[in-house]
Ligand binder design. Sequence first.
Ligand SMILES: [Zn+2]
Length: 514
Amino acid sequence: MIAHPYERLSQERSGITKNVDRQYVANIRQIEDEGWLLGEDFRDNDLSASRHASKPRKDYLRLLEVIRATKLGDEARVIVINEVSRLFRIVLEAIELIQLSEITALGYIKVVDGRLFDLANPNDRYELINETNKAALESDVTSKREKRVRRSMAKEGLFNGGTRPYGYEGPIRDEHGRITNSGRIGVAVVAEEAEIIRESITRVLAGWPLRSIALDLNKRGIPAAKGQPWQPTALRRILISPRIVGVRRHLDQEYPAEWPALVDRADWEQARLILAAESRRQVKGIRRYLLTGFAYCGAEVTRNGQVIACEKPLIAGTNSGKRRKQTERIYRCRRLNVYGTEYGCGKISRYADPVELFVADAVLKRYSSPNFAAAIKQAYQETGQDQAAALLDEAEGYRLRKQEIEAAYKTGAEGMGIDRMLRLTLDLDEEIRKVEAKLNQLSTGRILAAIPSGQSIYEAWDKADLHQRRALIGMIVKRVIILPVRAGGGLWTHERTGRSFQFDPGRVLVEWLF
Ligand SMILES: [Zn+2]
């Protein structure tokens, strides 16, 4: 199979795919992993991404030409992209490619670390169009929002094209609407807000999840920058911003800012790592269930004649049958997703209450086992701050080296070819991953160390809110596998609460991180 990487620059905030070079690296890696032949590469480098941008995409058109030059029966072609939205701006473009696949060698579209769309398969075609639709819809929303924001900014005469940074003064006007504090905007500190930022950083370091911090601020009636309630994402943006350590960043370069720092740099660096680890663990959306994102389907399914594990994340919800007196919370493997397309096997469904009690007990037991808790606490106390700082330096060193290597590849310095660049950056990624795992372990220790002596993990758990509990689980649990029930499962009584359920704890497997 011959693979054509396609990259396109866009303004989306998703970070990883911002840069076409990074998209290219991801595409190439995927092609190598699959063992495909690397064909001609295509990339569109201007920012006009959505259908609201009218510029034609030169390389996309060239890609179509290359495809059109092939015949059905030639060696199959696959287009490799980072996201479906890189390739198509409108649904018509997806349909055009699907039609081309009927008369050319184009057979597949592969999303890096994601699906392989088989263009001959009606189900895949349907989903490809579906994905394109979703992406187009998002771009619609973004475009409208951008216009609205720009307009309101012009009205309010906000400085620098930005909204007021929390913790610093915004424009103050006299009765004629003239700004009276022009030299202080974005520079002078608002003491009580600075205090909230410091408190939040301290809480992150003590193991509070962002959601709990935001909830607590809202409960205390402390508003965000524009008087609105706090959202975890907004709080996160503030806490990871280099602004609060007095740094101005421009094009990946750091400059000392004219405004003062609000928090200590070492604390901030550490908090940032904890927040990064938290966001990697988190599943998007609102979490009202303890185990969403942790619970997976343990049923076996037959695909292409092979028996494999389903392993889809279980969806949490309630079952409200007509004959039931009350609704019950459940986790289940859904056969169809919200778009009505195939998702899981549909074989697993389990009442949430006993599963959650059982898993919580397993987690607490592990935390409180003398060996485990002592080892983590001791490792933290002995090495604590110093080691965290050293690990941070180490990670930073790897990141810098990676940037150098990618820069060398772009300029052709050091005789850097694509193969060597990919190999080196792959090794560095692995090192970074190892360091982050160690830091993760340290933050687990920090949470345990933060529990007042004399208070057991059980008491801490009882006081914790849902997000804190999820954080405690996420520190040590990799997955919770729910296996199909066996006949004759009996009654199970949860000791701490005395509640009884029709439930077989032997059909729940907890996989630990370490
Ligand atoms: Zn399943």
